[in-house]
Ligand binder design. Structure first.
Ligand code: HEM
Length: 605
């Protein structure tokens, strides 16, 4: 399908068309045109045979031809799949049974309740009702398999890696934002991107903390200033600025300075007259980047018919113009700098403090490849760490005893003011446990998707039943968020925040025995390239924060009430009943309306 889309764009005059127009053109060419041809043949054939069909019959044939053709196509496909499943000694994945055709009611519920439901609630209900961790949503007659089963996730990511690609369906939804970067490519293109980037993440380079230190200082000072005036801050906004400034400097060698723009004021406080504009250029870049990701998420939620919602405009085009306006000059600058050094025959050598772009430009000067790569890693590296740090601060605010223990470890190992080193971080067991427990309950990438290449079978979650049949070309979604919270995998207290589960006997009882129950960074050949970088950055920032602040409390009164958890959640089960913010996800997890907090400064500093 991606190839067809690309082909259509290649037709002169098609490049200005929106995804919806391309989709409809394809539909007309592949469905309506053959139907019209068929009716034409029937009419001509009858007239050759001396029969003249009445016009009402021709119109009826034209009208029913497409739906009838679709029905035959679905039924034929279904029967073929069932036959192939039976031949392999397998059964079909249990289907969600909605009340309307094509499970349209369930799909509409998913779209309409996306704002008010707890994250993953629909999938949770479907798996519970059916009594299987692997189900088929069957939206609009399309197989959409969803799983929270560690064995199945292990198959997808590691043991049968080659049979699960990102695929053309995902490619189409993301290409207008991610291009063909590492996140949105398969096969040789993916290998090329990964091979280019991997050497950059060596231990020496990611152990350099200068960049984090400068930005952490700036962030902490901004926080102190606000807290001293008695106001709360949106920690999610602040930390996203910290990770964006750090990531742009680390990746492009240019810091976007979002920390120098004014922080947002609480919902119920009017902005002082002398405050700078919040909509400064750096913030425009950050917002546009996030809006473009929302665009991809919306498309993925609706399934293959997403282009119908974009008949008049590509919803990612505008934000991407702003993102490109920031990135393009930086890329061009790096290419020209590299060419100048080549002309002068100056040796352009790798150095530990060079940016990713400087490293990449030695491998290629193709502006598109460079931009796709940098943008993909910016997305991978910025929002994920900001999301995890936001969730960590939330959980520490709710669990002062864990906050106290973490501070104690920090003060004992690093002291109240010293800058932490790589070795300090490696030795801090409780800090790592807090981060892992945060990633377990709130994994930054809560849902992910692949497409199967060939027919295959998965072992049944219930060994007494036949294995499950996964047809070729099927969308396969896996949720580590739901898997990480399963009580049968993690014990009866799986919904609770308890970092000790990564330190006490529960570690061996559950995780060591079955390592695939914890997969915040994925697994297999596509495992996160920045895992160590992320642990370093997050650990560094948490240490700096807790050296400066000794208490954290949530400040719901500072937040727009419409973005707080709805009252009905309190009647739900598990985390939904206790949650004090609304977790949502585009490609990454975030707090709707922000994470408003107040912190108490450490007295001894
Ligand atoms: C808490 C922080 C992070 C989490 C939870 C996380 C998680 C993930 C996950 C789940 C994937 C797999 C995505 C997929 O295959 O669809 C991934 C891939 C990736 N991550 Fe991370 N990540 C984090 C931080 C970072 C950082 C800081 C960087 C770089 C600066 C980074 C670079 C990458 C790259 C390049 C890939 C693509 C790997 C590939 O497809 O071959 N990540 N990450």
């Amino acid at each position: 399908m991606g190839a067809i889309l690309t082909d259509l764009h290649a037709i002169p005059g098609m490049s200005w068309k929106t995804p919806g127009v391309v989709y409809l053109t394809r539909w007309v060419l592949s469905v309506l045109l053959p139907c019209a041809c068929l009716v034409f043949i029937v009419v001509r054939g009858s007239s050759f045979a001396g029969l003249s069909l009445p016009s009402w019959l021709v119109s009826t044939l034209l009208l029913v031809c497409a739906p009838l053709g679709f029905f035959v196509y679905i039924t034929f496909g279904e029967t073929a799949k069932r036959r192939r499943a039976a031949t392999s000694g397998a059964r079909m994945v249990p289907r969600v049974r909605g009340r309307w055709l094509g499970n349209l009611d369930v799909l509409m519920h998913a779209v309409n309740r996306a704002e008010s439901d707890y994250i993953g609630q629909l999938l949770q209900t479907c798996t519970q009702d059916i009594g299987s961790p692997t189900v088929n949503l069957w939206f609009l007659w399309e197989d959409i398999i969803v799983t929270t089963e560690p064995n199945h996730v292990k198959t997808i990511l590691a043991t049968d890696f080659h049979n699960y690609i990102k695929g053309e369906k995902f490619y189409e939804t993301a290409v207008s934002v991610l291009g063909t970067g590492v996140f949105n490519s398969d096969g040789e293109t993916w290998k090329h991107h990964r091979t280019m980037t991997r050497p950059f993440f060596n231990r020496d380079r990611i152990g350099h903390f200068d960049i984090f230190d400068r930005h952490a200082d700036q962030a902490v000072n901004l926080m102190k200033e606000r807290f001293r005036s008695g106001l709360a801050i949106d920690f999610q906004d602040l930390i996203s600025r910290f990770t964006l400034d750090s990531a742009t400097e680390f990746l492009c060698g240019h810091d976007v300075h979002t920390l120098s723009a004014t922080l947002p004021y609480p919902y119920n406080i009017s902005k002082p007259a002398d405050a700078l504009d919040e909509d400064s250029t750096p913030q425009t870049f950050a917002r546009a980047f996030s809006e473009a990701q929302h665009g991809i998420a919306r498309r993925n939620m609706v399934g293959q018919t997403w282009p119908l919602a974009e008949i008049f405009a590509d919803r990612t085009a505008k934000p991407m113009e702003l993102v490109n306006a920031f990135l393009d000059p930086i890329i061009q600058d790096a290419i020209e700098k590299h060419k100048r050094s080549e002309n002068l025959e100056v040796k352009d050598e790798s150095a530990d403090d060079e940016a990713l772009l400087d490293h990449l430009v030695r491998l290629t000067t193709d502006g598109v490849v460079l931009k796709d790569e940098v943008l993909n890693i910016l997305l991978a590296g910025r929002d994920t760490t900001a999301s995890t740090l936001t969730s960590a601060i939330y959980l520490l605010a709710l669990h002062p005893e864990a906050l106290g223990r973490l501070r104690e470890e920090i003060i004992t190992k690093v002291g109240p003011t010293r800058r932490p080193t790589y070795d300090d971080i490696r030795e801090m067991k409780f800090l790592r446990a807090v981060l892992n427990e945060t990633l377990r309950l709130f994994p930054a990438v809560p849902f992910n998707v692949r497409e199967s290449v060939n027919d295959t079978i998965w072992s049944s979650p219930n060994p007494e039943e036949k294995p499950l049949f996964i047809p070729a070309g099927t969308t396969v979604t896996y949720s580590v968020l739901l898997m990480h919270r399963r009580t049968d995998l993690w014990g009866p207290d799986a919904q609770e925040f308890d970092p000790d589960r990564f330190l006490d006997e529960r570690l061996h009882k559950y995780l060591t025995k079955n390592p695939f129950i914890f997969m915040p960074f994925n697994a297999g050949p596509r495992i996160c390239l920045g895992q160590q970088f992320a642990y370093n950055e997050m650990s560094f920032m948490l240490i700096r924060l807790l050296q400066n602040f000794s208490s954290i409390s949530l400040a719901p009164d500072a937040q727009d009430p419409a973005t707080l958890p709805p009252a009905e959640w309190a009647k739900g089960e598990g985390r939904q009943a206790i949650e004090r913010f609304r977790p949502r996800a585009h490609l990454t997890l975030y707090a709707k309306g922000g994470m408003w907090v107040k912190m108490g400064e450490t007295e001894s500093i």
